[in-house]
Design a protein around this ligand. Structure first.
Ligand code: FES
Length: 226
């Protein structure tokens, strides 16, 4: 039994390319790929025609093409092309999953797509935030939800609060919160403070493996602020 209405990390962002990647998430076969616009997408890894695994197909301009009989599905899972046929029956589709690329990860929502909504996440996390002192990750996640909803001042407040517990000891959540704070400050237009937040993140990660995608992203974003 899995909690489905939640965001899960499906992959590192740099694992996803135009070569379809098979993953099992919440015990479901999922295929992840980037379309021609470089947007990440996730579909059920099972063609609705004869059940072929879609990760054995290929990415084409219109979407992901099944390797068996050539049906093409767009990133929502709708069938957009059937070889040798002009008419496409509307119900010809595979299940598509909402995905978001953030912090060097591809996040996937395995539950009801209608519930993949940052505003609802904020409502839900308002209760959980009461326990933010015991677990700063709750504040960080609500900060991210505020950020997704474009409520940057509240995002900044939550992330700074999460970071205020940093003296308790090292934790990955503080490092990623530091980077997210830099991004939020940048979105708010406060470039000097964003610069300092990036510097703090890079100082915290000075001994990290240089190939970590999150570090690459942070360096590139910081360089643009110079
Ligand atoms: S099984 Fe995919 S097109 Fe036939």
């Amino acid at each position: 039994m899995f909690i489905r209405n939640a965001w899960y990390v499906a992959a590192w962002a740099d694992e996803i390319s135009d070569l379809p990647l098979a993953r099992r998430i919440c015990n479901e076969p999922v295929v992840l790929y980037r379309d021609w616009q470089s947007r990440p997408a996730a579909l059920l890894d099972m063609c609705c025609h004869r059940g072929a695994p879609l990760h054995l197909g290929k990415v084409v301009e219109e979407g992901l093409q099944c390797g068996y009989h050539g049906l093409i599905f767009d990133h929502s899972g709708a069938c957009v092309q059937v070889p040798g046929q002009d008419r496409i029956v509307e119900r010809t589709r595979v299940r598509g999953f909402p995905v978001v690329e953030q912090d060097g990860f591809i996040w996937i929502w395995m539950g009801d797509p209608a519930k993949a909504d940052p505003a609802k996440a904020i409502d839900f996390l308002n209760t959980a935030a009461l326990y933010g002192r015991a677990n700063p990750a709750v504040l960080y996640v609500r900060g991210m939800a505020y950020e997704q909803a474009g409520r940057y001042a509240e995002a900044q407040q939550d992330i700074e609060k999460a970071l205020s517990f940093k003296s308790r000891g090292p934790d990955l959540i503080y490092a990623v919160a530091q980077l997210e704070l830099a991004r939020v400050l940048q979105k708010e237009g406060d470039v000097p403070k964003a610069r300092v937040a990036y510097q703090n993140f890079l100082a915290d990660w000075k001994n990290a493996d240089p190939d970590v995608p999150l570090l690459h992203e942070a360096k590139a974003e910081y360089a643009k602020l110079q």
